[in-house]
Design a protein around this ligand. Structure first.
Ligand SMILES: C[S@@+](CC[C@H](N)C(=O)[O-])C[C@H]1O[C@@H](n2cnc3c(N)ncnc32)[C@H](O)[C@@H]1O
Length: 340
């Protein structure tokens, strides 16, 4: 189709306001639309239905129990220009990017999380600012949070294996062990060691027990349902290596020194506490995550490196230089050793 706008008119339009802000608003809007197109493709089941092979719109409408075939057709055309599906001979199938969305769980979980609670906090910010009760994402979205966090597991595993090689631990502790993946990594990397995992959430503790059993590590690992702030319970003996991964921001800032002191007290002389956490930095994702935490019920927030290091020192530990462990993410590992 011929274009009929003149460059001069384009300049006039851009000059009428803040050109950079207008372009940015347009780009942000398009990114938001793409995010919601992908999420709706999953949420409605359309992408999964298309996965089963070339199908007409009528086939898909029948399969999905859709009443508005015209709307489904329009949505499929959106998915098509978003490169998620393609049409050939009036039949729809997945495009390579769409196949990645349905078959790579990290991609799937990212669409679910970012179109869902990650942006939901801004849709509801007005009410939250007015004092509405805190959000319950941490409780209600635990599964999708864990699926998105899986992106960082290989980086955390690298650090963990290095820490195990250095400490040669006989006993390891995973405080806030979640699904128990890192407890399993530590036990696998230290074949003679015993381990204890602790999690407040019964379902997480059960999952961690299953992880250990599935990997043949159940005889060397125990998982307790307990609060990391009350570690003396059930954790008799000392540990050579303790891990506190992605947990510290769930604990109110004023309780963190006591939490770290509690773990430090369980370390054998020369033992190491490895803290892995997202930290507060002046970057978009970090500030966003901090807001999301503060919007939850409970008193959550991202820690900053200085107060974390100070709390480790106050707990009688010698912290090393923090290290960034994942590209583009404000995720750090901070090791601290108990003096002999
Ligand atoms: C984001 S997950 C991290 C799990 C695992 N450490 C990892 O890095 O994959 C946080 C876990 O900490 C647990 N948790 C949060 N606060 C806790 C507390 N006060 N005591 C024990 N566990 C806690 C949650 O139930 C959840 O399983």
């Amino acid at each position: 189709m011929a274009r009929m706008f003149s460059p001069r008119t384009l300049v006039t339009v851009l000059r009428a306001g803040n050109a950079a802000a207008r372009l940015r608003a347009t780009r942000d809007g398009q990114a938001a639309v793409r995010l919601h197109v992908g999420a709706a493709g999953l949420g409605t089941g359309v992408l999964d239905a298309v996965r089963d092979g070339p199908a007409t719109t009528a086939d898909l409408a029948r399969r999905l129990g859709v009443a508005r075939e015209d709307l489904l057709e329009a949505f499929l055309r959106v998915l098509s220009v978003a490169d998620l599906v393609r049409e050939e001979d009036a039949r729809w199938s997945l495009a390579p990017a769409g196949r990645a969305v349905v078959s790579d769980d990290l991609v799937r979980a990212s669409y679910e999380a970012f179109a869902g609670f990650h942006t939901g906090v801004y849709r509801e910010l007005d009410g939250l600012l007015a004092g509405a009760p805190g959000r319950r994402d941490v409780v209600e979205q635990g599964a999708v949070i864990a699926r998105v966090s899986a992106a960082f597991e290989p980086f955390v595993d690298d650090v963990l294996r290095e820490a195990v090689a250095e400490a040669s631990p006989r006993r390891v502790l995973d405080a806030g062990c979640g699904a128990g993946l890192q407890l399993a990594t530590m036990l696998a990397a230290a074949p003679g060691a015993e381990g204890v995992g602790i999690d407040l959430d019964e379902a997480a503790a059960a999952l961690a027990r299953r992880t250990l059993d599935d990997r043949g590590l159940g005889v060397r690992g125990r998982v307790l349902r307990a609060d990391v702030r009350d570690l003396a319970v059930g954790t008799a003996g000392t540990f050579d290596l303790a891990l506190l991964a992605n947990v510290v921001y769930y604990v109110p800032a004023e309780e963190r020194p006591a939490l770290l002191a509690g773990i430090a007290a369980l370390l054998a002389p020369g033992g190491t506490l490895l803290v892995v956490t997202t930290i507060a930095t002046p970057h978009l994702f970090s500030r966003h995550f901090d807001l999301l935490l503060r919007a939850q019920e409970g008193d959550m927030s991202l820690p900053d490196v200085d107060s974390l290091s100070a709390a480790l020192r106050a707990a009688g530990l010698l912290p090393r230089e923090p290290r960034r462990i994942a590209p583009g993410a404000p995720l750090i590992a901070l090791e601290a050793t108990r003096l002999r």
